[in-house]
Design a protein around this ligand. Structure first.
Ligand code: SME
Length: 137
């Protein structure tokens, strides 16, 4: 299952590695669709604790990706009206959906304290990460 202890340990290691090795990744976490509820639930993450453990589908950048099935790159979080602030230090965000057997089952979410840091290279890299993660779920 995607919530057993071994899987969570591996996802935690991925979060820690990404946060520590990529300077513009300041918060790295996985959200997963929560059973048959129309909401996301926070999984393993690295960075400051967030109040946003549960995010309804459609709310914020994460909730929008849960329904769009598309990457969402936000160069400036202040320019977004459907955005959930986790920390006042965050300037930008990228969310990439996680597909298992073609189904959007969650996402990787990265916050950056650097303005407009995310490129197509980040999108391709995080898609690759999620393809690898899908194999362990
Ligand atoms: N900013 C996100 C909420 C999750 S925090 O970044 C950890 C959003 O707007 O969905």
């Amino acid at each position: 299952s995607n919530s057993d202890a071994n899987t969570d340990t591996q996802l935690q290691q991925i979060c820690d590695l990404l946060k520590e090795n990529i300077p513009h990744y300041d918060w790295v976490g996985f959200y997963f669709k929560n059973g048959d509820k129309n909401e996301l639930k926070l999984g393993p993450y690295a960075g400051a604790p967030t109040d946003h453990i549960i995010i309804p589908f459609g709310k914020g950048i994460c909730g929008q990706v849960a329904v769009s099935n598309e990457n969402f790159v936000v160069p400036d979080v202040k320019a977004q009206d459907n955005y959930i602030a986790c920390s006042i230090t965050v300037k930008a965000e990228i969310v990439v959906p996680l597909f298992v057997n073609g189904e959007n089952i969650g996402q990787i979410d990265i916050d950056s304290n650097t303005p407009d840091p995310f490129t197509a290279e980040d999108e391709r890299f995080l898609e690759f990460i999620n393809t690898e993660v899908a194999k362990i779920l």
